[in-house]
Design a protein around this ligand. Structure first.
Ligand code: ADP
Length: 308
């Protein structure tokens, strides 16, 4: 069973007169790769900093590894945060960068450094080169290795995928999944690249204007997928007219002469197919099209959703 390792209850953060977080509740359970999603300025970094003890909330309760306020110092070393790009010594090698961190924490051994490099996929042959010529993806993985030095149980990564090329995405994603699966490290990660986040995250919290507006598991997200039925018919205009006549509030988008999309919000697939067949409209092909995390996010944060 997964335990709660971090929980923030009714957290509010006010900077001068600006309410940056407003009654935020967030629960992070062990083994999650927890994706934190929101536009720029939504409050993601602030909540991450609060969870890692870098910033104090104005109001609210924070619990980490079952410890509250006055006992938090004892558990804060189990949390590591990496905000965007790691601070690295560019003239030093990957090995030396890691060694420096290990020495500062008091846990240096060659083997330990090699193990960490291996864990994040930095080859031995690269580990002795100065890192100034490393790709951004390699630097990010080195940053993650450095964050792992104190053996944190919760790794907080703020936009670690910014600026990466496709290869870099793949490497970071693989590294994070490996850390999560093989080393049982719980990860809280923000990224505006939702397609990539959707691939790896097991749980999602959406934050908008300092408020949590939704939180759901990957399984719950998957249940929302398939909300659109794509139909291939002889005449999409005619099919659309038939459906609109029979179902009030049905949402249809005509994509081409032959293809239309039907939102399966207030209607199920079987009813649509049956009605079209009754009206002698031949459906050549149909499938339930996935909505992406991005589409879902935009829907939840749209002006209409906020005014609903
Ligand atoms: P996100 O990570 O979602 O982009 P942030 O948490 O960085 O959002 O910022 C949320 C809001 O808080 C922004 O409007 C930002 O300008 C403001 N903010 C963040 N840190 C400070 C600070 N130290 N002082 C004043 N305002 C801040």
């Amino acid at each position: 069973m997964s335990e709660i390792i971090a929980s923030a209850k009714k957290i509010t953060k006010i900077y001068k007169n600006h309410k940056v977080l407003d009654n935020v509740d967030i629960v992070i359970k062990s083994k999650q790769i927890h994706g934190l999603i929101g536009r720029n300025g939504a409050g993601k970094t602030t909540i991450m900093k609060i969870l890692s003890g870098l910033v104090f909330p104005t109001q609210g309760e924070l619990e980490l590894f079952s410890k509250q306020e006055k006992d938090l110092n004892a558990v804060l070393k189990q949390v590591e945060i990496l905000i965007e790009h790691p601070g690295l010594f560019l003239e030093m090698s990957a090995y030396e960068n890691l060694k420096a961190k290990c020495l500062s924490v008091g846990c240096f051994s060659k083997q330990y450094v090699y193990d960490l490099l291996k864990l994040v996929g930095i080859k031995l042959s690269d580990s002795k080169k100065t890192i100034k010529n490393f790709s951004l993806g390699m630097k990010q993985r080195l940053g993650i290795a450095i964050a792992l030095v104190g053996k944190p149980k919760l790794l907080i990564l703020d936009e670690p995928m910014n600026g990466l090329d496709p290869q870099g995405f793949r490497e970071i994603s693989d590294t994070l999944v490996k850390l999560n699966k093989e080393k049982n490290i719980t990860i809280l990660i923000s990224s505006h690249i939702l397609e990539k986040l959707a691939d790896i995250a097991t749980y999602f919290t959406i934050i908008d204007d300092g408020k949590v507006i939704a939180s759901f598991s990957k399984k719950e997200l998957n249940e929302k997928l398939g909300e659109t039925l794509e139909l291939t018919v002889n005449d999409s205009q005619k099919a659309s007219e038939v459906l609109e006549k029979n179902y009030k509030n049905i949402q249809i988008e005509i994509i081409s002469n032959n293809i239309l999309h039907v939102k399966l919000e207030n209607i199920n697939k079987e009813d649509v197919l049956m009605k079209l067949s009754e009206m002698q409209i031949k459906v050549q092909h149909y499938y339930q099209k996935d909505i992406s995390l991005e589409e879902y996010f935009l829907k939840l944060t749209s002006v209409e959703a906020k005014n609903a």
